[in-house]
Design a protein around this ligand. Sequence first.
Ligand code: GAR
Length: 221
Amino acid sequence: MTEKKRVAVLISGRGSNMQALVEAARAPDYPAEIALVISNRPEAPGLAWAKDQGLHTLALDHNLYESREHFEGQLQSVLGLAKIDLIALAGFMRLMTADFVNRWQGRMINIHPSLLPAFKGLDTHEQALAAGVRISGCTVHFVVPEMDAGPIIGQAAVPVLPADTPETLAGRVLAAEHRLYPAMMAVVARGQAHMAETGLVWQRTDFSNINQAEAVFSPPL
Ligand code: GAR
């Protein structure tokens, strides 16, 4: 197997997606290793979990830096020292400058809890319920300077039920996130899809094993 890609996972809180990535990366044939977990919040529960697992972790408290540029300068040198190939944002709740994002173009991915381009930004489940959609989901995409707007790598859909609250919907979407993110990170790490000027380019164009009859119906038929 070619060498595993070295991934830095950036979190701000619970870190359940980071946990899903770490667990997937334990498989011997997984194409990436989680070389570093960084949180901009020192008290993030996910950081304590990662430390417990013996992973390399770093708290980079953005409050200690006088500007976004200074914070990102420090982040960049850490990523360089750790020879990071790929950044995975996993509940990292801090906007990045265009400079930083452009430097990592095609090498930084994010998971967002909606079917983009619907419901960008925060409170996605509140937004979905307010809009009355019957299907929601999650998206893994390459990061570009514009928020939640980069080329989409993969999505998973879940039904929205009449009794849903933002919390119950969030839980259903989160379970899908935990399956989608490790799978899409593997796609990127293997070079099966990459970001080009024109958008996403698939190297693996064989979708023959996709179940074309498998649709999510909501309400059920
Ligand atoms: C996840 O639902 C993730 O999609 C979302 O934050 C949650 C983090 O949970 N990310 C965003 O909203 C980014 N705009 P986690 O810390 O347990 O992975």
